[in-house]
Design a protein around this ligand. Structure first.
Ligand code: MTE
Ligand code: HPA
Ligand code: MOS
Length: 776
């Protein structure tokens, strides 16, 4: 004791590695349980002319075939705009768009029904790229803008100017557990849904609206997810509502669990982006003006795309001070599944632009990119106001840069690799250091709230529930640590209950990296109320009344399983004795705590305000080697340094740091979504979609935590780090670009993201054939 700050293993770790953890689809079927799946559109865009289920309904084992007409409530949902249907009623918007729900006794029956269903669709021209959407004027919502100073006039006056563009690809979440839900019908229209969801409340609301029942009729429970990464923030709701619809229709428990291929084909992904940019700078590389236009492929519906685009705009400055700046953003509506939250939530797509631009400036001026980063970095005393007006308080970025520059031996390695590159006929190396300054808070102010219930039982054991969901990131372990310390009991005496809307209402998604910040603070508030109540009761018990002593309750300490006053440590009462006595004296041993992040505000009209409670900052230096003849990329070494404040659980934080980086490494190097000309996803299994594996780990991988003992405003002076490490992988891409700059400036400029072997090879080949032409 205390538990906070200790390397306590994630409380699911042994279950996960031994296979004993129970995920939803591991729950054995109950009697009479049915399976649910859907018949989806086979065109990316079209109008439904007719649906014929007569043959399919005679397939043995088929219990129900449901269409939009069978929806008792409202066939429209969406957290920002209600523009999604559960089952298509007239227009299909993407390949796989669900049309008929198949409810059957077996998987075989589902497959047979799927073949027998006849849907006649008039094909409409699909929009399948950002370029096509821009040409067609196919957008969602209004353009977004953040600006400061005057980018146009500063660009005109700048000493140097470069214009360019960059495209970044989407990314499949690749959670191991696909979208899954089990719905159990209850009495009088009530229903319980077990869902693999980051957002039980939204899942509850969507299911209730589809069913046409009040929210209090629906209970959503999530014990854990087998990974989520943003993919279950909004998109767990539709499968849950499908299971619920089937359960209500058949009166039987219904289960849906998408196959890996279906999940990859039919659910939304990270938003691909395209940008156009113009940068002005002086001969030192100091940026004097930046104009940036971002276009995101939102897919066929709104989902949370406006918030994702907003976060991209709010992260376009990243670690760099921009006195004259303008960033605009537009959401393109295309005929892909609706793109959605993915770790970083638009942040990576914003940040990669300025990191790319700095590499471009370095190539143009033939200077070191790190020097340019450091002179543009946000200052400590001045030059530290973001374009939207929030100041970077207690800015550690300059220190992070200089510390990693030394500890990664950056300068010597630059010299070594430059020499290597002149000598090696087959390989070329690059090394780059990039930064992250990630804003912590939902940019939608309302969502920054949480509630938690702390129940103490009469044996002194404690059960906590909150809206926070466990997806592998360790929120449950952290909450146990926090509550154990608040009540002064053992870590092992505190357990976390499965998340349920019945216990905690109106919760936000566990997202925006703020799960522990919000739910932990709510739990602390509950604990403090309980402690106050128990202290009031304990003070007279501990006072030496014979000698006329009185004790003030706030003198009491709760530590090591005892309650005592520091002056008389021998006169103590065990926590479990105290709570039993309190119970007998009819004192409540349960409490609900609430928390709302103070001080945040952002005005979308003006693009100004303080959207973030604080920032999590870090830097990474990565060295790569590219094969000049195959384009194969290898990460030779990566050094990460993150300012996570005072870690609640250093071991879990190391897992988030390394895991987030590796997931980002996949996004920037090998993960590529390939579509047919009809909009079918072709890369829908691990055989064609390459996520990083153990062999892709950097050969040398140094994880560093910056020692920061400042009194950061955040929870127990820790800093959230669920998403920020993903953005550190941008250093891998920047290093690849740096390597290409040794082949030619042109090769480097051509690099898009992801830097797959093919992309790297084509960039080098193009510049080789160009110089060959020049020679001739
Ligand atoms: N870590 C694991 N193992 N699995 C996940 O699904 N999701 C990430 C991150 N780390 C994720 C993860 C995302 S997208 C977010 S927003 C945060 O965890 C959410 O949890 P937190 O707010 O409790 O950090
Ligand atoms: N991050 C993650 N999820 C969200 C956000 C955000 O900023 N806003 C709405 N959902
Ligand atoms: Mo994370 S993308 O905010 O779920």
């Amino acid at each position: 004791m205390p538990a906070v700050g200790k390397d306590i293993p994630n409380d699911s770790s042994s279950g996960h590695v031994s296979g004993r953890s129970v995920f939803l689809n591991d729950v054995p079927p109950t009697r009479n349980e049915l399976l649910v799946d859907f018949f989806g559109s086979r065109v990316a865009h079209g109008r439904i002319l007719s649906i014929d289920c007569s043959v399919a309904s005679n397939v043995p084992g088929v219990v129900a075939l449901l269409t939009a007409q069978d929806i008792p409530g409202r066939n429209r949902f969406g957290s920002i705009m209600q523009d999604e249907h559960l089952l298509a009623d007239s227009i299909v918007n993407y390949m796989g768009d669900p049309i008929v729900l198949i409810v059957a006794e077996s998987r075989e029956a589902i497959e047979a029904a799927r073949i027998a269903i006849q849907v006649d669709i008039e094909e409409l021209p699909p929009i399948l790229s950002i370029d096509d959407a821009i040409t067609a004027g196919s957008f969602i919502g209004e353009p977004q803008l953040i600006h400061c100073g005057n980018a146009t006039s500063a660009l005109a006056q700048s000493q140097h100017r470069i214009d360019g563009s960059l495209s970044t690809g989407g990314q499949e979440h690749f959670y191991f557990e696909s979208q899954t839900a089990i719905a159990e019908p209850g009495e009088n229209g009530r229903i319980t849904i077990h869902s693999s969801t980051q957002h039980p409340t939204e899942t509850q609301q969507v299911a209730a609206e589809i069913l046409g029942v009040p929210f209090n009729h629906v209970v959503v429970i999530c014990k854990r997810m087998g990974g989520a990464f943003g993919g279950k923030e909004t998109q767990a709701a539709a499968p849950a509502a499908m299971a619920a619809l089937a359960a209500v229709n058949t009166g039987r428990t219904c289960r849906i669990s998408l196959s890996k291929d279906s999940d990859m084909q039919y659910t939304g992904k990270r938003h691909p982006f395209q940008s156009r940019w113009s940068v002005g700078f002086d001969s030192q590389g100091l940026i004097t003006a930046l104009a940036l236009d971002l276009f995101a492929d939102a897919g066929c519906a709104c989902d949370v795309s406006p918030a994702i685009l907003e976060r991209a705009l709010l992260h376009a400055d990243n670690a760099y001070y921009l006195p004259n700046f303008r960033v605009t953003g537009r959401l393109c509506r295309t005929n892909h599944p609706s793109n959605t939250a993915f770790r970083g939530f638009g942040g990576p797509q914003g940040v990669v632009n300025i990191e790319n631009i700095i590499e471009e400036i370095a190539i143009y001026l033939e200077k070191g990119a790190l020097d340019i980063r450091q002179i543009n970095c946000y200052g400590v005393e001045d030059r530290n106001t973001t374009p939207y007006g929030q100041r970077c308080e207690n800015n550690t970025l300059p220190l992070l840069f200089s510390q990693l520059r030394l500890s990664s031996d950056y300068d010597a390695r630059q010299e070594q690799l430059a020499k290597f590159n002149t000598e090696s006929p087959t390989k070329v190396r690059g090394l780059s250091m990039t930064a992250v300054k990630f804003g912590i808070s939902f940019t939608t102010k309302t969502l920054n709230q949480a509630n938690a219930i702390v129940n103490i039982y009469t044996d002194g054991s404690v059960l906590v529930s909150s809206g926070g969901t466990e997806m592998g990131q360790g929120i449950n372990t952290r909450l146990r640590q926090i509550v154990a310390d608040e009540l002064g009991v053992n870590f092992s005496d505190v357990l976390i209950a499965p998340t349920s809307t019945e216990k905690n209402n109106n919760t936000s998604a566990t997202a925006a990296s703020s799960g522990t910040d919000l739910n932990g603070a709510a739990a602390i508030n509950a604990c403090r109320t309980l402690r106050k109540r128990l202290a009031d009761f304990a003070a007279p018990l501990l006072a030496d009344t014979k000698n006329g002593q009185t004790l003030s309750p706030d003198q009491l300490r709760f530590e090591n399983g005892f309650v005592f006053v520091p002056q008389q440590p021998h006169q103590k009462i065990a926590f479990h004795d105290l709570v039993l006595q309190a119970y007998k004296a009819r004192i409540s041993l349960g409490e609900r705590g609430f928390y709302a992040t103070p001080g945040i505000n952002f005005d979308r009209e003006t693009g100004k305000g303080m959207p973030f409670f604080y920032y999590t900052c870090g830097v990474a230096a990565t060295e790569v080697e590219v094969d000049r003849f195959t384009g194969e990329l290898k990460v030779r070494r990566a050094d990460l340094l993150i300012d996570a404040g005072q870690c609640i659980n250093p071991g879990i934080d190391r897992g988030q740091l390394s895991g987030g980086f590796m997931q980002g490494l996949g996004w920037v190097t090998t993960e590529e979504l390939k579509y047919s000309s009809r909009g079918e996803l072709l890369s829908h299994s691990p055989t064609t979609y390459k996520i990083p594996n153990i062999g892709d780990l950097p050969e040398v991988f140094n994880l560093g935590f910056f020692e920061n003992h400042d009194e950061c405003v955040s929870l127990l002076h820790s800093r959230a780090l669920g998403e920020p490490p993903l953005l550190l992988a941008i250093s891998v891409w920047a290093a690849a670009k740096h390597a290409l700059s040794f082949v030619s400036k042109d090769a480097a400029r051509r690099l898009s993201l992801p830097a797959t072997g093919e992309t790297l090879l084509l960039a080098m080949e193009h510049s080789r054939s160009k110089s060959a032409t020049a020679l001739r």
